[in-house]
Design a protein around this ligand. Sequence first.
Ligand code: SF4
Ligand code: SF4
Length: 368
Amino acid sequence: MTDRCAFKLPRDRFDDLLQAIRQRNYLLLAPVERDGSVMWGEIEGSRELAWGKADSQAPGSYRLEAGHPERCFEVTHGPQSLKSLTFSPRQKLVHVRCGDDGLTFDSEAAESKPTAVIGVRACDLAALKMQERIFIEGEYADPYFKARREKLLLVAVNCTRAQPTCFCASMGTGPAAESGFDLVLTELEEGFLVAAGSRTGEEIIASLNLDAAGEPEQEEARQAVEACAASQTRSINTEQLPQAMYAAHDHPHWDDIASRCLSCANCTMVCPTCFCHAVEEVPTLSRDESERIRVWDSCFTPEHGYIHGKNMRPATRERYRMWLTHKLAAWIDQFGSSGCVGCGRCITWCPVGIDLTAEVAALLEKDA
Ligand code: SF4
Ligand code: SF4
């Protein structure tokens, strides 16, 4: 965990921080309880956060339970990452009209409101960095992603509690938020530590007149984050992993996975790095107008593998193999880093509890 110039933010001044952000005309988004889990929701103040709640995640299982009554970030990460805030699940691209003078095409403007996201986790910052590489750092920048990303202010939270499904420590992406945020919080017994990661973050902290944190609070924060990393029971050994994944192409274990996998695509929907999409034409009933819309897609759908009269991945075996090999091997060739940040969402939200860490371990064993 990088040492930064940290300040003490008493619990009863948490709202001052939120109001300092609002005064800069940011909408506040934070994890709020909805439908039995936490989702990004607009808040006005800290009372709308999930105080006194903790989540319990396991393969194919998610529960909200009672937690520490004075903590609001014991709830770790829900099914949503930052992905839906930058890469919209449903993005209108073009509006087409058919009139007396022929067809007109109007591109959808790339616009976004300034939005502060409170409670971003280290794995999600790592995933955002990957998506930035894909969507805006290449030769062709996606204007919709760019407009949304530029308007985000990110308030990260260092994780002091890991789920049994988390393995960010082995992927080198967490549980401490190291970069890519404006502010970072650590929730402690007596309130929070807050530190800045950008000029805007520094200005917000300066406006609050906070006391500098002393060594005892910094040490408490360090220990809490280190204990969180040490508590992670799942891991992936990334050494030589791409070569091992390519070598496992014909491993019989793919058939075993396919016998359990439903090809439902849940894992790709919750994955913060997956970026497959499709483009649909949606006509009105009168058929004189239509919209071209980009929607999230998944390599688990039969349609996604259909190219020029042939389905490249007709069976679940090929689809799961494509997904996992891309994540852990081909992604590194393409983008220079692993496509998995170890958030464990695909394990929690898989309806049959398929666990990629266990599948990788089985695939790395010699052929049965
Ligand atoms: S593959 Fe699974 S664990 Fe890895 S980033 Fe995606 S959802 Fe998280
Ligand atoms: S691995 Fe699980 S979540 Fe992913 S497609 Fe298969 S059944 Fe669905």
